[in-house]
Ligand binder design. Structure first.
Ligand code: G6P
Length: 367
């Protein structure tokens, strides 16, 4: 097993470090001469033009990919997107538009609820597309179209690299939809693809700074509660950061859309409570800063996660973490990395079983 871990102490850390490579591989699998080519996936331009509505259905971290993808697809391609938990979708007699597209996101391709949602959608006569990692899995076999992520086998129960490749797949899809439906210019399309190709290198750069996160994690390993706050895509990042934290470190943690704080969560803030603000979306930056100020005045200890350049975050946050700047639509791919590291290092600091957290399974094939 030590050999399989490739010199890392845990599979999770190995898989975190594989992200630049697998993200690049997944992107390259749909890149041809600087453009996105979804021929292998099987979605034709005609079909892409006709989509009236997108439903993204998934569980766990794959659902969080859906939340991020919702913002990206709606903004770039101007198609209404609904994101649903598969376990809810399958039992609520979904009303689906016949020109809709149901996207199932799943690492294993075997999650019982996601598979059932796929079957339900097919029965209703709606086109389905699976974003799946495991070749030949049930979801991959049964969906009309498949976009394979090339994350390779993922051993750690807490997903990292599969999640990152699912994000890349959803950006590629969003960009192609936007191009075909002419909701972005050809120039913008090429520019954004160019930016996508820089993501692997930027992830690598974040990983070089991991000791700083390790130091911070050791300091906060005894926290009772942690809150993650952000707006828009930053909220999607918070959902995944919070899940990483609680699933492997057993610290109670919640993700909140920053604007919702005053509707409840703020009463939970006590002296020293760790609040992590995610601020990658420049048009929402000031709004989230003001939410951080609100919790700080109630005693919270603040970590601010933003991109290089936003150094004035240090006027508010007690501890700042910077990631390279990218197009705002793609920010999840970078900002999630320090949060994966944070969950990992807190778990290690507490001496927990990082790769196999209690009560959790890698693939949930029962309801
Ligand atoms: C389990 C795993 C999660 C995963 C979820 C969905 O709960 O522990 O990490 O996100 O299932 O799995 P899937 O294979 O469908 O992506």
């Amino acid at each position: 097993e030590a050999a399989e871990k490739g010199g890392f102490e845990h599979f999770m850390m190995k898989e975190i470090h594989e992200q630049p490579k697998v993200v690049e591989d997944t992107l390259n699998s749909v890149l041809k001469d600087g453009k996105i080519d979804l021929t292998e996936v099987g979605l034709t331009e005609e079909e892409m033009k006709e989509i009236s509505q997108i439903y993204i259905v998934a569980c766990g971290s794959a659902y969080h990919v859906g939340v991020a993808a919702q913002y990206v697809i709606e903004d770039l391609a101007r198609i209404p997107v609904r994101v649903e938990l598969a376990s809810e979708f399958r039992y609520r007699k979904p009303i689906l538009d016949k020109n809709g597209l149901v996207i199932l996101v799943s690492q294993s391709g075997e999650t019982a609820d996601t598979l059932a949602a796929l079957r339900e959608s097919k029965e209703l006569g709606v086109k389905t597309l699976a974003i799946v990692n495991v070749v030949g899995s049930s979801i991959a076999r049964e969906a009309d179209n498949v976009f394979y992520t090339l994350a390779g086998p993922e051993i750690s129960v807490a997903t990292t690299k599969a999640y990152s490749t699912q994000l890349i797949a959803s950006y590629a899809l969003a960009l192609q939809l936007a191009k075909v439906r002419e909701t972005i210019s050809e120039e913008k399309y090429c520019e954004m693809i160019q930016e996508l190709t820089t993501i692997p290198r930027k992830i690598g750069k974040i990983l070089e700074d991991k000791e700083r996160i390790q130091w911070f994690a050791a300091k906060y390993a005894n926290s009772k509660d942690v809150f993650f706050i952000g707006r828009g895509i930053d909220y999607a990042i918070c959902l995944e950061g919070s899940l990483k934290m609680k699933e492997i470190s057993y610290i109670h943690s919640e993700a909140y859309a920053a604007g919702e704080l005053k509707h409840g969560t703020i009463s939970l803030i006590e002296d020293g409570t760790l609040v992590i603000g995610v601020l990658t979306q420049d048009h929402l930056y000031e709004k989230t800063v003001s939410n951080l100020v609100e919790v700080k005045s109630r005693g919270a200890y603040l970590m601010g996660l933003t991109h290089y350049g936003n150094y004035n975050i240090e006027d508010t946050a007690d501890f700042a973490v910077y990631v390279p700047k990218t197009d705002e639509h793609f920010a999840t791919s970078l900002a999630v990395i320090p949060l994966q590291l944070l969950g990992y290092y807190v778990s290690v600091a507490k001496g927990l079983d990082v790769d196999k957290p209690r009560n959790l399974a890698k693939s949930v094939t029962v309801e």
